[in-house]
Design a protein around this ligand. Sequence first.
Ligand code: ADP
Ligand code: MG
Length: 235
Amino acid sequence: YNHNLQRTEKMQIISDLAASVAHEVRNPLQVTRGFLQLLAGRSDEASKPYFDLAAKELDRAADIITDFLTFAKPEIDGLHLLDMSKELRNIEAMITPLASMHGGVLHVDVQEGLYFLGNSSKLKQALINIVKNSIEAIGADGRIAILGTAEQGDVVVRIADNGVGMDEEQMAKLGIPFFSTKSKGTGLGLMVTFRIIEVMKGTIHFVSAKGKGTEVTIRFPLANNNETLPDEVPV
Ligand code: ADP
Ligand code: MG
């Protein structure tokens, strides 16, 4: 299923709202998390799990706000020459603990030297949203594979899982604000992901089968690593 990455009127309303609220909420969250950590250090062992839970929930709130903010202000400061193999290895380190917590196995296989123009932190946000969806889709014997290759002038990243999968109707709704089938879902993750990939001149493509799994393919135009680049290419 191919998604055309265009903004709807509904999205514009959300982005205006998000920009005004997100900044204000983010700071108190960070301060609270800091004090929580301080208190955890002084508490008895029996209370530790509760501090951990509270911190995790604060992190979840912060992630949601990050997604909102990216949508509200999607402009990327600049595009840099990135190596996808490095980017994917960083993401692997971040996401492996989360995958194991859900009883899943994450496998990353990436070719060296996949250069393209992008923004590292935004790419991270986009890819983590996709991999998180895979983690949330898998059950017992869950497997997630991330492959990075070069194909026909593109850097290609494939993220495949053997999770619950989707039907055509579900796939058509991907990226629509608030579309979620999860009790704790926000339905913002893919909306933001699509936007980030669009700004980086990439494409995203989903193949899925209900009960079998999902494969997401992302492509960015390959760049030459000896290409002389100004430090920042305005978007
Ligand atoms: P959220 O994760 O908060 O629900 P997303 O925008 O990230 O919001 O995803 C929207 C919906 O797309 C999910 O609720 C789920 O139904 C579906 N989805 C996305 N990725 C997958 C996947 N890998 N496997 C199964 N369903 C998926
Ligand atoms: Mg999600």
